[in-house]
Design a protein around this ligand. Structure first.
Ligand code: RP5
Length: 162
């Protein structure tokens, strides 16, 4: 069993600028992760192997991002009981609504926790993973609480004229 807690997977290199937001959040929370390109369409055997071995490798959360016909998060949820957080990557043709619907509408029995489209969704996926892991990790829970308090404190009371 490896010491990797979270697997970040994405359908393409072109998803990385979005999915890096999740990685940066995990870095900030000091969570151990790996990032891999695993395409449902282009590398289906890689997807299968990743899902088949996820439990035995000790992964606790999988963050899966894809765009367009975004089958990766749902297929991964079909293959492993490790919780899957889905990130719809923004697309040029349909602005990511295609990705969102592809990830969101799972059949009963195979849930994917679907985030918002794009960078905010990827960052929130990192935070969601942190919240799940914090249930069993007091030090991480303290880091997450501080991160949330710092964000709250950074919001000004009044708007300013720029
Ligand atoms: C999906 O197709 C990927 O997740 C990516 O968002 C999209 C486009 O991939 P590329 O053509 O940029 O490799 O599989």
């Amino acid at each position: 069993m490896s010491d990797i807690q979270v697997g970040i997977i994405m359908g393409s290199q072109s998803d990385w600028p979005t999915m890096r937001e999740a990685a940066q959040m995990l870095d900030a929370m000091q969570i151990r992760y790996e990032a891999r390109i695993v395409s449902a369409h282009r590398t289906p055997d890689r997807l299968w192997d990743y899902g088949r071995s996820a439990v035995e490798r000790g992964l606790q959360v999988i963050i899966a991002g894809a765009g367009g016909a975004a089958h990766l998060p749902g297929m991964m949820a079909s293959k492993t009981r490790v919780p899957v957080i889905g990130v719809p990557v923004q697309t040029k043709a349909l602005s990511g609504v295609d990705s969102l619907y592809s990830i969101l509408q799972m059949p009963r029995g195979y849930p994917v926790a679907t985030m918002a489209i794009g960078a905010a969704g990827a960052a929130n996926a990192g935070l969601m993973a942190a919240g799940i892991l914090a249930l069993q990790d007091d030090a991480l829970a303290a880091r997450l609480d501080k991160w949330r308090a710092d964000l709250s404190a950074s919001i000004p009371q009044e708007p300013r004229d720029d």
